[in-house]
Design a protein around this ligand. Structure first.
Ligand SMILES: [Zn+2]
Length: 423
């Protein structure tokens, strides 16, 4: 009581002016904070989609793993990104959370790739801004969300049902044989930069919001996985050297399609033009009755076999793109003693994916491990020297990271002439 009587006389006109001034600063900045959240709820008018947006929406709705779609706009993120804190307000979730940047490639205000670590719970976000069209992924405590552009600033936030991911075996032909000895590096092998050419079919372009954004996000996901797995940029870097449409017709057999891709005149001519060390084709295939999302032509590919296929709409879900690229780099699936299921791989050598039980019936697995148990795929290649949430991500027998380092020079040299010619 005494405190109240003492402060009241001191509540002068000057104090009031200061308070008003303070409020005038605080209120707009509070509004600004709201505007700088990742998602903005569209107006009723914006929710009425035009024909083109409706078509995109229908394709996204029909995807095997789409559990729910929320229509959103993306906020003005630059102030949040400058603050190095991005508030994330997922529709349907009461609790907001924030992300802080881990890997950023910034080209211009409407062209950047932003990777962040979630500060609450366990998770990450990756966003590609391609001239205002955002393609992204959010992984939060085992729940995955995709962001796909619909045009005119509208976006679909897709809640992914990970239980619908395929259980099919994508083991590349010949992959069950003896592990290969890593080829000797060329004496001149200073080049560790693998140039990746992403091709796509017409159907793949229809299947996603922005095919160029999808390709950029997929390559980014692999690149961040290398960094997480203690593969340094001097040991390996990858670049998306081009994203290009080809007229190859998809069949319902992914093994046939990857053979056709490697022989396809148009694909090879594009590879020559772009000097791609590796070629990955994005499709919309309904392979194996929806049971397979990707395939590599060969484990530890040579130049003639450095081809893979990945379904565009799931290129970044469960790291499918990074997984197939990992096969080309020499990565095998988990050993059958680690997790015995179709596609487990007891080939000789130490380049196996790895997974472990994390309690509560849940399982955690690295990128070359096949899906198959409830749990969370993590953005790591197996490596006994790297831990995730207190668990070593590999063992001496399960070290894909080392294989990826060992094959970097020879793969980067598949089209070395190119690299020199472009300098
Ligand atoms: Zn595989």
């Amino acid at each position: 009581m005494e405190a109240t009587t003492m402060t009241r006389p001191g509540f002068s006109r000057e104090c009031l002016i200061v308070l008003v001034l303070l409020a005038s600063f605080i209120l707009p900045s509070a509004n600004l904070m709201a505007q700088n959240r990742l998602f903005v709820s569209p107006s009723e008018e914006e929710r009425v989609l035009n024909a083109e947006q409706q078509q995109k929406y229908r394709f996204l709705e029909q995807q095997l793993t789409s559990a729910r779609i929320d229509l959103v706009r993306i906020g003005d993120l630059l102030p949040a990104l400058r603050r190095r804190t991005l508030p994330i307000n997922l529709p349907g979730r009461l609790m907001e959370f924030s992300a802080e940047p881990t890997h950023v490639q910034y080209y211009s205000p409407d062209h950047y790739i932003w990777n962040g670590r979630l500060l609450a719970g366990s998770g990450r976000i990756a966003l590609v801004n391609n001239q205002g069209a955002f393609t992204g992924i959010i992984q939060l405590d085992g729940q995955w969300y995709k962001i796909e552009p619909l045009g005119r600033g509208m976006h679909a936030l897709i809640t992914v049902d990970m239980t619908r991911l395929p259980s099919g075996d994508d083991t590349p032909p010949g992959g069950q044989g003896e592990g290969k000895q890593t080829r000797a590096h060329k004496a001149s092998g200073g080049n560790k930069n693998i140039e990746i050419l992403v091709l796509y079919t017409d159907a793949a372009e229809d299947a996603v919001g922005d095919i160029a954004g999808t390709a950029a996000l997929a390559v980014n996901d692999a690149s961040v996985a290398y960094a997480n797995s203690a593969i340094t940029s001097s040991q390996l870097s990858i670049d998306l050297v081009g994203t290009s449409n080809i007229s190859l017709q998809e069949s319902d057999d992914i093994s046939d399609d990857v053979m056709d891709l490697a022989d396809d005149t148009e694909a090879n001519s594009r590879r020559d033009s772009f000097w791609g060390d590796v070629v990955i084709l994005l499709t919309d295939g309904d392979y194996g009755g929806g049971n397979i999302f990707g395939i590599a032509k060969e484990i530890e590919a040579d130049e003639d076999n450095a081809f893979a296929i990945v379904e565009a709409d799931h290129a970044t879900v469960n790291f499918t793109f990074a997984h197939e690229l990992g096969h080309l780099q020499g990565g095998h699936h988990q050993q059958c003693s680690v997790y015995n299921r179709t596609g487990c791989d007891d080939a000789a050598g130490n380049a196996h994916g790895y997974g472990w039980t994390i309690g509560g019936g849940e399982y955690s697995w690295t990128i070359m491990h096949q899906l198959g148990r409830p749990g969370d795929p993590i953005q790591y290649f197996s490596n006994p020297s790297v831990s995730s949430n207190g668990n070593a991500t590999g063992t001496t027998q399960n070290n894909v990271a080392q294989k990826i380092r060992d094959t970097a020079s020879s793969m980067a040299d598949f089209r070395l002439a190119t690299d020199s010619a472009r300098l």
